[in-house]
Design a protein around this ligand. Structure first.
Ligand code: IVH
Length: 688
């Protein structure tokens, strides 16, 4: 099933979608920027952000305080101080063919009223990460990543380790103050060697040279950066206290003179007509270059013209990146493997007969999701076209239909390959997910990190890194094991970075959390879409853990109409009711939940509304057909107000709500003298 179009979303759905997107985008931001290990392609990531923005545009009142729109993907996060660039670091517009390049030139000409030849400097475009280096009186004083373009991360200490690439002092005369910009990257050979070393040490592999370079530069420990072989080509200028050249070519020459590497393939083109030939030449040389390039940047050479042209939006009018078409090859689809991500998402990965695509050996490709396999009718054994686009993660473009086809249409699994729990796909969503969050090995570490986080169990001294280490030791299979860590106190004290005091503090922090509020407990479980506010709603509604568990278990057996009602009564929406039912529907989760609850004292929550409601403590029976609500909805609402709802009328019954065509129960109420009310009267009583 495809996603619900934004135009068709109800307000409730929109709200749930925004919550989901905020979580997912934040997750992928972390994967990309903090772990330098993206799990989805740039295009998929952009699609998530676009959907989020479109929903926000339609429902401005629903924009969340943690909306991804307010955060730029590359915005600085933990660990590094922020540094503001004196002149913003911009990006470039793209052209994909000669026609688009010609349009770019025509626009610049119109803007300038220029009829003479336009000279350019052409520079191969390396996909690394841009940095801004500040020199004062010729001495390197600080350097920052691009970040969101306005401010980046202060990575000065790390840049200082790049002795060969970054002059600590500029050769010869230089302005009193100047910002110099360039691209930090990793060569193909250094990238491969790094990944081999990572594999040998059983560390995670980098997806591409760009992520490896970013990972190297964004190390909190600059000794690690020093071991990564990072390169730099300088190519641009930020602020300068005095002019340094009249042309870009002249500026590149000064950069060389100061001691920077400038890409030796850069070339001055006397007119724009030389661009196509240069583009073709670079395209032909591309596979043989020691680093990946994804296009050529063309910059108008005359700096006075650059100044006149200025910027539009986030890109200059005087430069453009002419991208190469994606590199393609054909090969055989050997298998489709299902990976389980840390959020439980099942993602299909194509296992390919290894093939050379533009100089890189490709053995795997992303398949995005279940629908894509169906849409392309991919079958194991098919011959397929693969391409590497801007993203290094290769994609499957299509099936080569005149080659022999694989025999059977592919059947997507509905069982998690990592843990055997059932994997479900909520209506309107593209992704199928494992429901066995608490026990699934693919998700455990992520779940544990969430479990101990501030608004959940809030265990001091248990950070992400410690969880990972303890997990690797085999000490933490699930959350219940956390409460057995104090038994390992002596062992923990012996570990590097620990000691008797910190180990005993940890034990104390863990023991202190054996008593926990119901809402924190529910939130800590990390059930999809159950954030803090929904956890609170649930806790207030159900009051006790035992009641919540029993009612949720009952909800797994009810039909989808009733789940819908459950969602609406709780004010949490049907999608969340579905998630709860899915979670409790998985026996493995119930097992893990019971194991965990056995370790804890879970405090009851103050029940919402119940105390001052006119039906609190009353026993209520519904009979006949209700017009304005379903039976489960009526029951849930009554219970949330503290009433007890039963099926049969007795002397103990306080109120019988009589709907249309009521039969024997209404008669029995009359016989016993039990109070009866109509549906309308009931609604009035409980406040609508
Ligand atoms: S100039 C205002 N020159 O491409 C112009 N950028 O898509 C700013 N890049 O963020 C950039 N090679 O990371 C420029 N020779 C080159 C480049 C280059 C690679 C990257 C850079 C920039 C991105 C823009």
């Amino acid at each position: 099933m495809t996603e619900i179009p934004v135009a068709d979303l109800t307000e409730d759905q929109a709200k749930a979608e925004l919550a989901r997107l905020a979580m997912e985008i934040a997750y992928h931001d972390r994967a990309y920027h903090q772990h330098d290990a993206p799990e989805i392609t740039d295009a998929e990531y952009d699609a998530l952000r676009r959907r989020n923005a479109a929903i926000e545009a339609r429902f401005p009142a629903l924009v969340r305080s943690d909306s991804p729109t307010n955060r730029v993907g590359g915005a600085p996060d933990t660990g590094f101080a922020k540094l503001r660039h004196r002149v913003p670091m911009l990006s470039l517009d793209n052209a994909f063919d000669a026609e688009e390049f010609a349009e770019f030139c025509a626009r610049a000409r119109r803007f300038l009223g220029w009829t003479e030849a336009l000279a350019f400097v052409a520079e191969p475009k390396i996909d690394g990460l841009s940095i801004n280096l500040t020199y004062e009186n010729g001495v390197f004083v600080r350097g920052a990543t691009r970040g969101d373009g306005t401010e980046g991360e202060d990575v000065t200490a790390n840049l200082r380790t790049m002795r060969d690439a970054i002059p600590q002092r500029l050769n010869g005369p230089a302005p009193a103050s100047i910002e110099i910009r360039g691209e930090v990257f990793m060569t193909k050979a250094d990238f491969l060697a790094l990944n081999e070393a990572q594999a040998a040490a059983e560390h995670k592999l980098f997806a591409n040279p760009r992520n490896a370079a970013a990972g190297g530069l964004r190390q909190l420990d600059s000794r690690v950066t020093a071991t990564r072989r990072l390169s730099l080509f300088a190519y641009a200028m930020g602020e300068s206290s005095e002019p340094v050249a009249e042309t870009h070519a002249g500026y590149l020459k000064r950069l060389r003179g100061w001691g920077f590497a400038v890409n030796p393939l850069s070339r001055r083109l006397k007119t724009e007509n030389e661009a196509a030939a240069f583009q073709a030449e670079m395209g032909a040389r591309r596979a043989g270059l020691p680093y990946d390039i994804d296009g050529v940047v063309y910059k108008i050479d005359d700096l006075a013209l650059q100044r006149r042209l200025g910027f539009v939006g986030r890109a200059p009018r005087w430069a453009i990146a002419w991208k190469f078409p994606a590199e393609q090859a054909t090969t055989v689809l050997n298998d489709i493997r299902i990976q389980v991500g840390r959020t439980g998402a099942l993602t299909p990965v194509a296992e390919l007969e290894p093939v050379n695509v533009g100089g890189v050996l490709v053995a795997r490709a992303t398949l995005h999701n279940e629908d894509e396999i169906a849409r392309k009718d991919l079958r194991i054994g098919d011959t397929v076209v693969v391409q590497r686009a801007g993203d290094v993660i290769p994609q499957i473009v299509s099936v080569v239909l005149d080659k022999p086809r694989g025999a059977e249409p592919y059947k997507y699994p509905d069982i998690c390959p990592a843990c055997g729990s059932h994997a479900v796909r909520p209506p309107g969503e593209a992704v199928r997910r494992c429901t066995g969050g608490l026990i699934c090995p693919a998700q455990r570490v992520e779940r544990l990190i969430h479990f101990v986080s501030r608004n959940a169990f809030d265990i001091d001294g248990l950070g992400e890194k410690t969880i990972q280490e303890f997990y690797a030791e085999g000490w933490l299979r699930g959350p219940a094991d956390l409460f057995h860590l104090p038994e390992r106190e002596a062992e923990i004290a012996e570990r590097e970075g620990w000691g008797k005091l910190s180990a005993s503090n940890l034990s104390r922090a863990i023991r202190a959390r054996r008593v926990i509020a119901l809402e924190r407990f529910i939130f800590a479980l990390g059930i999809r879409r159950i954030g803090e506010s929904n956890a609170k709603l649930l806790a207030r509604h159900y009051g006790s853990y035992a009641n919540w568990r029993a009612q949720m278990l009952a909800a797994t057996t009810i039909g989808s109409d009733e789940r819908l009602a459950l969602g609406s009564i709780l004010g949490i929406g049907p999608a969340i009711a579905e998630e709860l039912a899915d979670f409790f529907g998985e026996p493995r989760n119930r097992g893990a939940l019971d194991e965990l609850a056995a370790e804890l004292t879970i405090e009851d929550a103050a029940r919402a509304e119940a105390a001052d409601s006119p039906v609190a403590g009353k026993t209520v029976v519904f009979t006949g057909t209700l017009e304005t609500m379903t039976r489960p909805e009526a029951k849930a609402r009554a219970e949330s107000l503290g009433a007890k709802v039963t099926d049969s009328v007795s002397k103990k019954t306080d109120i019988v709500v009589v709907g249309a065509d009521a039969g024997s129960k209404a008669r029995k109420a009359a016989e016993l003298g039990v109070k009866t009310v109509t549906e309308a009267e009931w609604r009035e009583l409980v406040g609508g």
